[in-house]
Write a protein that binds this ligand. Sequence first.
Ligand code: NI
Length: 266
Amino acid sequence: MEFFDTHMHLDDNKFDLDREEVIEKIWSAGVTKCINMGCNVKSSQKAIAIAQKHDFIYAACGLHPEDIPQTEEELWKTIAKIKELVLQNKKVVAIGEIGLDYYWRQDNKELQKTAFEKQIELANQLNLPISIHTRDSIDDTIAILRKMPIKKSGVLHCCPFNPELVKQGLKAGLYIGFGGTTTFKNSKNAPKIVEMVPLEKILIETDAPYLAPEPVRGTRNDSSNLKYVVQKLAEFKNLEPEQMAKITYENAEKLFLGTEEKNIFL
Ligand code: NI
C-alpha cells in the first residue's frame, strides 16, 4: 500500500534528533508522498529545506493562528515574507496551515480572522490550495468559508466532527482531512461524519508529531501510522484498506499536485 500524508510537521523540534531516520522510516512504510506544513516564516523555511532534500516530500507555507503577531503591521510583513518564499520555491504546493484557533487565544480574534482571509486571498492569487485549521471557532470559520471564494480548493485539516462545518466545507468545494482523531474511541461522531463525505473528497493526514492514532495514541506520531487511519476509514466506508489508500492518494495528488502551474507573474 502507498500513502499520501497531506499534513504533517517534520520540521517540528520533536524530530531534531532523528529527522533523517524518521524520513527513511516513513518512506519504507509506503508513504511515498507527503506535505510538511508551515506554521510561521521560520517553520515554512524549514519545511522548504526538508522538501528540497527529499523528492517525495512537499512543503506548504503559511501562518498558523497560534503564531499571529501582535500588530497588523507585523502581520502584513509576515504574509509578504510568506509570499516571497512561495514564489521562490517550486516544491511549495499549498498555503497552510492557516485558520482560526480560539482554544488558546480569544483576545486576538479579529487579527486571526484578518490573517486567515488575507492568506486565502494569497492562495487565490498564487493559484494554490489551502490547508485549514479550526479549533473552537466553527461559527467564524463557516462565516469566512461562506464569504470568501476559494479558487483552488483546499482541505479542512484534522476535521472537527461537526456536521454543520463539514456540510459547509463540502459546499465550498473543500476536501475533508481525516487523521488520528478518527480512530479515537471517544470520537463518537466520527462514523457519521465519514459517512457524510463522498469518497472523492476524503484525504488522510497525521499532523505528526501530534495526534497519533489508536493503537499508538499518546506516542510521537509520524506518517508511518497512516495505516491505522486508512484501516478505520475503510471500515466506516465498507472498503478494503488498499482501496481507501488508493482513493485518498489520488485525491491528494489531484488537489495538491495538479498540473496547473502556480502563478509566478504576480
Ligand atoms: Ni498541523
